[in-house]
Design a protein around this ligand. Structure first.
Ligand code: 4UU
Length: 528
């Protein structure tokens, strides 16, 4: 019933992640760890480790330590790993926040995670200050990591250089693998975004699992980090894998095609991690031919299904290997991928299970295990501990045997190659970003003109998944589809926008009042 990884198991050392990454730099001290893509500024491993140490001291000096949480609300830049690993080294967990969030969304995560410090950049200060006006937060300081001068606001704002200038000793915390390291947010299979409790062991294990598959990331590799570090894909696969392998990580604060191509070309990047929408640009955009990017060896796609044809087109145009992996925030994130040395593997697959990963395919309706096509359950050292302060959601997702129920439907070949073929969870993915329907439904219901609402994912003309709202209007209410879309767009991050609206007389619901999304999907199928 259980499909095991074809690789030998890994051993996970019982240490904290910063110790694992920076404890013994050896001759990597003078190598370049981070390159700021836009400016080309370089940071060596020695400089980075020194800054991590000072940040840890500064965090300790503020009285923070094990059990505390800080929030990191920033785009990719060279200071991101300083704050992330500095906090971890002080025993403090880091809740990474989506850089596109509105003040309300940010406030929700700050409150829910109990963050005591907010680390951000000057361009985000307006949103940060607005969030901190909300009630129930325990944030008492903002640290601005891109060198902006500190301002005397309602909540003190400190620059990174002031934090790093501390003469305090780095706190001596004896971290174990069981300590909490990161608290990214994910809606999982149902409901609103929840804090995903990832331990040092989880994050470290996933690095070793990826490495053991023969991933050829070496000190000579240059990794492009255009996908955000706040999302688990960027955090583990770009930032931490790069640091672990002593590769150079080239950071980009956001995706912009000419800048993306310029940075690849100028820095001779050989490994590019993407989500499928970037594959569309790489395969089709005329601009790609204007740049010398023959340095690219591997394009690796994850976070949403990659079309095999599209992937093959990228490979032909860039004359490179294209690989696909599968992951989930709750899995730290990678559980399956195509190894570097198997470019022959079907690009429409997600590859094989990583070392120490065990899988089951389970019929979501009957619970029968070992079916040909079923919900993918995953067990391994990379599986999250729990959802933060949410035993109920944890119980739904993580069973007594330690299997995490992914909400994705998969098949597997005799060779152990997995395919994702459907999704049974509510979650919608827009360009690889999470869109939790429950959140949009709650927002829609807060409109006086809306009596009831349900949101599902549908395909647009390009085959991209987009959120669609079914809306029941209050009697006498006169709202157009555009009114509904604007109402939502003004209140949430751009990737969560409702992109289609259909008015309907009644939302189909079960006897217990649960939205019957299956019925809405069937209705949608019937109309195309
Ligand atoms: C079909 O998206 C992620 C993590 C992605 C990732 C990271 C490292 C992929 C490969 C890699 O090496 O996490 P979340 O939590 O934002 O979203 C998880 C969901 C999955 O449950 C699934 O529905 O995103 C979807 N998903 C995929 N679907 C992720 N990867 C794939 C994929 N094909 N390759």
């Amino acid at each position: 019933m259980i499909v095991r990884s074809p690789y030998d198991d890994i051993d996970v050392p019982d240490v904290g992640l910063p110790e694992f990454l920076f404890g013994d730099l050896g001759d990597a001290v003078d190598r370049v760890a981070i390159i700021d893509g836009p400016s080309g500024r370089e940071t060596t491993f020695g400089e980075l480790a020194g800054a991590v140490d000072r940040f840890a001291a500064g965090i300790g000096e503020r009285g923070l330590g094990p059990g505390d949480v800080i929030a990191l609300f920033a785009p990719n830049n060279p200071a991101y790993p300083v704050a992330f690993h500095g906090a971890l080294a002080a025993g403090v967990a880091v809740s990474t926040v989506n850089a596109l969030y509105t003040p309300d969304e940010l406030a929700f995560q700050l409150r829910d995670s109990g963050s005591k410090v907010l680390v951000t950049v000057s361009a985000f200060l307006d949103r940060a200050r607005a969030a901190l006006d909300e009630e129930g937060l325990v944030v008492d300081e903002i640290i601005v990591i891109d060198g902006a001068p500190s301002v005397a606001g309602v909540i003190p704002e400190t620059s990174l250089s002031d934090v790093l200038a501390t003469t305090a000793e780095r706190p001596s915390v004896a971290l174990t693998g069981d300590d909490v390291a990161a608290l990214p947010y994910s809606s999982g299979t149902t409901g609103r975004a929840k804090g995903v409790v990832l331990t040092h062991r989880n994050l470290l294990a996933n690095l070793l699992q990826i490495e053991k598959m023969g991933t050829h990331v070496s000190p000579d590799t240059k990794i492009l980090a255009v996908l955000p570090f706040f999302h688990i894909y960027g955090m583990t696969v770009m930032m931490n894998q790069g640091l672990h392998a002593r590769a150079a990580v080239v950071t980009m604060p956001k995706f912009d095609l000419p800048e993306f191509l310029r940075i690849i070309s100028e820095h001779r990047v050989d490994r590019v991690y993407i989500a499928p929408p970037i594959a569309v640009a790489l395969a089709k955009h005329p601009m790609v031919d204007q740049y010398d990017i023959d340095c690219v060896d591997i394009v690796f796609s994850g976070a949403a299904a990659l079309d095999a044809e599209l992937g093959a087109a990228v490979g032909r145009r860039l004359n490179c290997t294209v690989l696909q992996g599968y992951g989930m925030t709750e899995l730290s994130p990678v559980s399956h991928c195509m190894p570097d040395d198997r470019p022959d593997m079907d690009l429409g697959s997600i590859g094989v299970a990583l070392p120490s990963v065990e899988c089951k395919l389970v019929d979501p309706d009957t619970g029968q295990e070992g079916v040909e096509r079923g919900e993918l359950w995953v067990r391994g050292p990379n599986v999250m501990r729990e959802y933060l302060n949410n035993a109920e959601a944890t119980a739904v997702t993580l069973d007594a045997d330690g299997f995490l129920h992914t909400g994705d439907v998969a098949t597997v070949t005799d060779e152990g190659v997995f395919y994702i073929v459907d999704r049974v969870k509510e979650l919608i993915k827009y360009k690889g970003y999470q869109v939790p329907p429950a959140e949009l439904e709650a927002l829609l219901l807060s409109n006086d003109g809306i009596a009831d609402a349900a949101v599902i994912g549908v395909k647009d003309a390009e085959g991209e998944e987009i959120p669609k709202a079914f809306v029941v209007l209050q009697q006498g209410a006169e709202l157009s589809g555009d009114d509904v879309m604007s109402f939502v767009a003004e209140r949430i991050a751009p990737h969560k926008k409702v992109r289609v609206v259909e008015f309907i007389d009644q939302i189909p619901k079960s006897a217990s009042g649960k939205i019957l999304r299956k019925d809405l999907r069937a209705r949608e199928q019937a109309s195309v």
